[in-house]
Design a protein around this ligand. Structure first.
Ligand code: PHB
Length: 432
């Protein structure tokens, strides 16, 4: 533990804290974004401390989305954070769009040469937490009363540990990777906030059943949206559109299966396989962006700066893309004293964020029923889907968005990556 700031001043002259430590980068939030950042900084030779109010177990067992873009997989593999994604993840070469009771395959590999991986966020977190353990990373879970102060000059992050002792970290830079309930985002002065609320939510379940489909099915029906996703050969994840005020505990298994079956019904022989439902929850649905993503020595990453509705599976991917840019910028700022680099982050990150906002909004509005919408709009969305699946250009647009846009702003993009896509759709390859 160091008791002094890098400039030689004492961290805690009044002696109010049990420990006073300094670090180059303090990261508020140790979910996938915070841990990936601390992992990338470690590789770059920059030290960091991450704190989170949640326990490791809590984060590990909170179910979130499950689709990784190609570049997210590359980042995990090439940075040495996870080999497991290639072993245990499932490479999906496309998705099905289902409407009018018929499924249409969108073949990402054939359209763009890219695919996605089904690998749950909980596994991404486990891999990253293990990587930080392996490398001796400083990650403090289960703290409370986190306070971030003086982000313009000499930032500090203070918190209370499980025993009730108060600690302070002084940091060259603070990163707020503390999710959609971020305490850091309000510290950005003169922030602009952009919102979109939706009049629906998702009812999500985890069930013990065999797979119903080799790849994900996104469905529009007269009764609303449904998504058939997966976890393992025996565990499946599914969602259907519901009222945001719906109470999951009031839904019996039979009622849930009825809601899903009626949305998936059709004439093409598709059959949805059922089993005991072991978890149910209602997921909020909103689009949110805060700009800028930087104020002085504070920078925001992931859900702390932006939230997308889950329809495009972009949330985790955006967070990982943020921290890839951020790690590069922080390395330049911390190791080369190039603080100007910090000022490029917000614009670079937000360029991708707005593409993803549009993509998620587009997928959402195309596939959901707005309660009370005009019959005209229902027919118009069916027209939109029919146009899309009949058009190479339309399908390619969807494939490019879903598999993720390449980052043209980052140094050292990934030509020599161990993750490659093959035109024949074979599994993730390793080069070298
Ligand atoms: C999931 O598997 O949980 C999942 C997949 C795709 C989405 C959203 C959630 O768009």
């Amino acid at each position: 533990m160091t008791q002094e700031r890098p400039d030689g001043a004492p961290v805690d002259p009044a002696g109010r804290f049990a420990t006073a430590t300094s670090t180059q980068v303090a990261i508020v939030g140790a979910g996938p974004a915070g841990l990936m950042l601390s992992h990338l900084l470690h590789i770059a030779g920059v030290d960091s401390v991450a704190v989170d109010i949640r326990s490791r177990h809590q984060i590990e067992t909170t179910h979130r989305a499950g689709i990784l873009e190609r570049d997210s997989v590359r980042l995990l593999v090439d940075s040495g954070a996870s080999d497991r994604v290639l072993r245990d993840g499932d490479q999906h070469r496309g998705i099905y769009l289902r409407f009018g009771g018929v499924s249409h395959h969108i073949d990402f590999e054939a359209l763009t040469g890219a695919s996605v991986w089904l690998y749950p966020q909980t596994d991404v977190f486990k891999d990253l937490a293990e990587a930080r353990d392996r490398d001796g990373g400083d990650v403090r879970f289960g703290v409370r009363d986190v306070r971030v102060e003086d982000v313009l000059h000499q930032p500090t992050v203070s918190y209370t540990d499980a025993e009730g002792a108060r600690h302070v970290l002084s940091a060259g830079i603070v990163v707020g990777a503390d999710g959609s309930h971020s305490i850091c985002r309000a510290l950005v002065a003169d922030r602009q906030q952009f919102f979109r609320e939706y009049p629906f939510a998702w009812f999500g379940i985890l069930c013990e059943a065999p797979k119903s489909s080799p790849e994900l099915i996104y469905t529009r029906s007269d009764l609303g949206f449904a998504l058939i996703s997966q976890r393992t050969d025996r565990l499946q994840r599914m969602y259907f559109q519901c009222d945001p005020a719906e109470r999951p505990e009031e839904w019996s298994d039979a009622r849930i299966w009825d809601a899903l079956q009626s949305r998936l019904a059709g004439h093409d022989g598709f059959s949805l396989r059922e089993g005991p439902i072991i978890e149910r929850s209602v997921l909020p649905f909103r689009s949110y962006v805060q700009a800028p993503l930087r104020h002085g020595r504070l920078l925001l990453a992931g859900d702390a700066g932006h939230t997308v509705p889950p329809t495009g599976a972009k949330g985790l991917n955006l967070a990982l893309a943020d921290v890839a840019v951020l790690a590069e910028v922080l390395e330049r700022a911390v190791k080369k004293g190039d603080t100007e680099a910090l000022s490029t982050y917000s614009e670079r990150a937000l360029a991708r964020v707005w593409k993803a906002q549009h993509f998620s909004y587009w997928m959402t509005t195309m596939l959901h029923q707005v309660p009370g919408a005009a019959a005209f709009d229902e027919q118009r969305h069916l027209g939109e889907l029919s146009t899309l699946v009949a058009s190479e250009a339309g399908k390619t647009y969807l494939a490019e968005g879903y598999t993720g846009w390449p980052d043209t702003t980052r140094h050292g993009a990934t030509p020599g990556s161990r993750v490659s896509s093959h035109g024949d759709g074979s599994t993730a390859g390793r080069e070298g």
